[in-house]
Ligand binder design. Structure first.
Ligand code: NAD
Length: 513
């Protein structure tokens, strides 16, 4: 860690050995138990965070609800100006924050920087959007009446995020929520609390410099119990939750029970269809990066390759050959392709998945295994594995958050491949590799992929912030980031104004007094 300048990065980000995990902007406090953050890179304790108690949470909610009263009155373009300044601070701190993301989460330094770049991009997007929160004007059926709709902020937005995108997912939500006039309370993953503290420090500085109240950005820390403070709290009209399907089902029920809104970004089981007309070289790059990038810990990671029988052996050999070139090791060292899994529990799940696929009849063609020895002391480094399998296997139906790729064979037309691709409960990302226009259009048509993301000649992994991001079925149905995803952070109001001296009723109803 020393050689990669981690201590220096932590200093620049204001992350200390023991941190207050509860913050309402400039006010840091917390009285809960300690949470230790260990790096999966080298197993070293990075720092400790105090968790948020129920009493602390009440203090946070007071600060947030008070801040909302002020923040909502700022014109949206002025809120955009604050987000612009926040984006500039991220540009200044891109390197240290990218390093912390890499060190605390375990993704490559390039991907850590990429994650911070995504935060910067969404800020730029939000700044422009702050002048475009358009409603429609429609013609009233009544004479002398005007009818239009407008969008108002919602209030306190609760953000619950996963470990694998420890900073970007927060920014996707906050940048849009802030320009919408909302204030945010964030509970980052208990596996990456320091990333949360670093981001909170950056946001707090910007709000302070602009004499804006504490509480536009708030941080709470801890495990699911701290998340539950928000999901059961009717003062939080919107919960945006990113994580596993298991978590999403619990959160959705808690929020629905109080008729709140939830935005769910849950697990995927993403596939690439490889047809006889595919460009094999592009397929291999897309599939290998998709399967082993971020050590298979992206919601959009490629889990399944659905290959036509006529090119099955050719694609299989090419992918297996590519796997032989993968270098596994410290993600801060840019020579390496694959870093560690988040923790040893994730390693156990990976091992169980490999065992299960064999038990169900699958064949491992690239054996996995846990790496030991120098450089692998954290116990979190595993070898990416490939298994020939069947879509019906229980383990294939399940998202294993690790670099395990399943090869599935199809015969006949592309619709057979689409049926396999859609034959899982998740519906996040999907792709087809083909130079055949008919196949590509079929895949994108109403009879095609049932996922929120469907790509042609691009893998499943990663997305740009300009498009709405999210998935169908058990992935949760939420949409974040670009396009018109901002609308979920606002409430819509229809207004009708009568500028006559008569009071005609709608639908021509007569009510004479
Ligand atoms: P996780 O579900 O274990 O935890 C996610 C977050 O939810 C954490 O902050 C956790 O503390 C919190 N949480 C868990 N149970 C809760 C409850 N009952 N009430 C309130 N909060 C609760 O997920 P993880 O292991 O951190 O992340 C990996 C998962 O996230 C994968 O399934 C991945 O596909 C998914 N993910 C999805 C997207 C997406 O955009 N669709 C993006 C990133 C990750």
């Amino acid at each position: 860690a020393q050689e990669f300048g981690i201590q220096e990065a932590l200093k620049k980000l204001g992350v200390e050995a023991i941190n207050n995990g509860t913050s309402t902007g400039s006010d840091n406090f917390s009285s809960g138990e300690e949470l230790s953050s260990f790096s999966p890179v080298d197993g070293v304790l990075i720092a400790k965070v105090r968790t948020t108690t129920k009493k602390d949470y009440e203090k946070v909610m007071d600060a947030a609800t008070n801040a909302f009263k002020i923040w909502r009155t700022k014109p949206a373009p002025q809120r955009g100006e604050i987000v612009r300044q926040f984006g500039d601070k991220l540009r200044e701190l891109k390197e240290p924050l990218g390093k912390l993301v890499s060190y605390e989460m375990g993704k490559s330094y390039q991907e850590g920087l990429g994650e911070v770049q995504e935060m910067i991009d969404i800020c730029d997007f939000a700044v422009g959007l702050s002048r475009q929160l358009h409603g429609l004007t429609m013609h009233s059926e009544r004479p002398g009446h005007r009818m239009y709709e407008q969008y108002h902020p919602l209030g306190v937005v609760g953000i619950i995020s996963a470990f694998n995108f420890p900073v970007a997912v927060w920014a996707w939500n906050t940048a849009l929520a802030w320009i919408s006039g909302d204030v945010c309370v964030w509970k980052p993953s208990e596996k990456t609390p320091l990333c949360g503290i670093a981001c909170q420090n950056i946001a707090a500085t910007v709000f302070k410099e602009n004499n804006l109240p504490e509480g536009i950005s708030c941080l709470i820390n801890g495990d699911y119990k701290v998340g539950e403070f928000m999901t059961h709290d009717k003062r939080v009209p919107l919960i945006s939750a990113t994580g596993s399907i298991r978590m999403g089902k619990i959160v959705a029920q808690a929020v629905a029970a109080r008729l709140g809104k939830s935005l769910l970004e849950l697990g995927g089981n993403n596939a690439i269809i490889v047809t006889p007309d595919a460009d094999i070289k592009m397929t291999v790059i897309g599939a290998v990066f998709g399967a082993v990038g971020t050590a298979g810990q992206r919601c959009t990671s490629t889990r399944r390759l659905i290959i036509h029988e006529s090119i099955y052996d050719k694609v299989k050999d090419a992918v297996v050959t590519a796997y032989k070139q993968l270098r596994i090791g410290n993600p801060l060292d840019q020579k390496n392709h694959v870093g560690p899994l988040i923790d040893t529990d994730a390693v156990k799940m990976y091992q169980q998945a490999l065992k299960k696929v064999v038990e169900e009849g699958g064949k491992l063609i690239v054996e996995g295994g846990v790496l030991k020895g120098e450089g692998y002391e954290s116990g979190c480094y595993v070898k990416p594995a490939i298994a020939e399998a069947n879509n019906k296997y229980e383990i294939v139906q399940h998202e294993t958050f690790a670099p395990v790729l399943y090869l599935l064979k199809y015969s006949g037309d592309v619709e057979n491949a689409i049926a396999i691709q859609n034959g899982v409960v998740q519906g996040l990302s999907s792709a087809i590799m083909t130079n055949n226009l008919r196949e590509a259009e079929r895949f994108l048509s109403v009879q095609g992929s049932d996922c929120g993301i469907a790509n042609v000649n691009i893998g499943t992994s990663g997305a740009e912030i300009g498009g709405a991001f999210g998935g169908e079925k058990e992935t949760g149905g939420g949409r974040e980031s670009g396009s018109d995803a901002w609308k979920i952070y606002m409430r819509r109001q229809t207004n009708t104004i009568n500028y006559t001296t008569e009071l005609p009723l709608a639908q021509g109803i007569k009510f004479d007094l």
